[in-house]
Design a protein around this ligand. Structure first.
Ligand SMILES: [Ca+2]
Length: 452
């Protein structure tokens, strides 16, 4: 019997505990282990953070760690000493930490192990949050551990407690959930599948599982004007308008192009100022590219590439009376660089700000539900779960059938927050933005409609 007890004790000392506390901040000198530090891979900045051991907002034991920030971009603290069990972090599946914050915000955790980084960038709500994500299965011991916050205010405080690892696979993970598609492997992809709906197609009954499936279903519907010089496209669209007037004598044409006349039938010489657009410099994974993410509002060209670094565009269509019959609509893009390819368009559901759009935010301190607005579910998604336009860019120009898109924004049911345009990642092109020097280089939407 005695032998059995000894064996059991031995066995249990080698078995992995279901949950392992990594930092609990209970020791009297717990705060002294943390000091402000620049984060590898991020642009160096002067960091001022006060770390204190406090009783407020403790979620485990009696104490939590309170951090007080003094502004900064992504200021962080680093642990001077790591727990003795740092060699076995990689045996666990899930990372968890309790974080209490005063507003919707973003905090991040980062470990360096071997030659790799693991970063969890978490979008939090005001109050207590439990940050949950998959932890990488790795044999290398943890070498460094950081905790930081994105763009904290002067004097902003947050509380952290019970940083732990568990052997159980999480049921859900904390947004941003799409930040590390390369690092997280197959287990993360299972989460992604649950989060991505079937997309509706152009207001009809068809759906598509993804952008490649969408292309397959739209094949053959490309406008043959794609690639033609813009003057030729304009002439063809003008002819089409004259044809439509034969059956719809009240039909009007509005051309929405920044700095150009012709959008307001009541004031034909008035120049259009209702366009906005912006893009991103870089895509995920965050652990590799975190320091490169930048907003490129004001650039003369926009990259047409993948969903993770796609441009946003928006045209004010308010001169079209709500409920008008949309007879025809085309988006025409002038290309600065080809070769181009097919692209999909989703309607945005957030009032984004040109100079403030990042992969985390649609405007300053306003966060996407998920990174890059990869949120299509529920009543208030970042983007509506539908492809509202399709078209191709080819050498000089791109042309997109925007009839369903314009209907979407003028039916009185949806606010017009513009759209995002992207391909499957195989297509590469640069289109001129509304900041292009020549007016005729700028994007334009041609709409023929009959006001009701
Ligand atoms: Ca504690």
């Amino acid at each position: 019997m005695k032998k059995l007890i000894v064996l059991l004790v031995l066995f249990s000392s080698f078995a992995l505990a279901e949950e392992m506390t990594v930092f609990s901040f209970e020791e009297q000198d717990a705060a002294a282990n943390w000091s402000a530090s620049n984060v590898p891979g991020l642009k160096p900045e002067t960091v001022e953070i006060k770390a204190e051991r406090v009783k407020e907002n403790a979620t485990e034991g009696e104490y939590a760690l309170k951090l007080t920030f003094n502004g900064g971009n992504m200021p962080a603290i680093k642990a001077a000493a790591l727990p003795a069990d740092k060699n076995i972090w990689g045996l666990y599946k899930t990372f968890k930490a309790d974080v209490t914050v005063s507003r919707e915000c973003v905090v991040f955790f980062m470990t360096k192990y071997g030659k790799n980084d693991w970063v969890k960038i978490a979008r939090l709500n005001a109050g207590k949050n439990t940050v949950i994500d998959l932890y990488p299965q790795a044999v290398d011991p943890v070498a460094e551990f950081y905790i930081g916050m994105y763009a904290p205010k002067q004097g902003e405080q947050l509380y952290i407690d019970n940083i732990r690892l568990t052997t159980k696979q999480p049921e859900t993970i904390t947004p941003f959930r799409f930040q590390e598609p390369l690092d997280l492997g197959n287990s993360a992809r299972r989460f992604e599948i649950k989060l991505v709906p079937k997309f509706g197609i152009l207001g009809g009954n068809l759906t598509a599982a993804n952008v490649s499936d969408f292309y397959g279903k739209m094949s053959g519907q490309e406008n043959s004007l794609a690639g033609k010089p813009v003057a030729e496209i304009e002439k063809a669209l003008s002819t089409q308008y004259e044809e439509l007037k034969k059956t719809h004598p009240k039909a009007l044409l509005s051309v929405f192009r920044s700095g150009d006349a012709g959008y307001d039938p009541q004031s034909p010489s008035k120049l259009y100022t209702g366009w906005k657009d912006c893009g991103l410099s870089c895509h995920t994974p965050a652990s590799v590219n975190l320091h490169k993410y930048a907003n490129i509002a004001g650039a003369a060209t926009l990259e047409l590439f993948s969903r993770g670094r796609a441009p946003l565009m928006q045209a004010d269509l308010a001169v079209i009376p709500a409920g008008s019959e949309i007879l025809s609509a085309q988006l025409v893009l002038m290309l600065a660089q080809g070769p181009g390819g097919a692209y999909a368009v989703e309607a945005c559901n957030r009032p984004w700000a040109e100079k403030e759009y990042t992969w985390m935010e649609y405007a300053k301190d306003k966060f996407w539900q998920d990174s890059n607005g990869f949120s299509w579910l529920g009543d208030d998604p970042d983007f509506w779960p539908a492809y509202i336009a399709y078209g191709v860019c080819y050498e000089k120009t791109g042309i997109f059938d925007f009839k369903e898109a314009v209907k979407f924004w003028t039916d009185g049911k949806h606010k017009n927050y513009g759209f995002i345009m992207y391909g499957s990642g195989q297509e590469r092109a640069r289109a001129y933005s509304y900041n292009a020097k020549e007016v005729k280089q700028r994007p334009a939407i041609y709409v023929v409609y009959e006001p009701k």
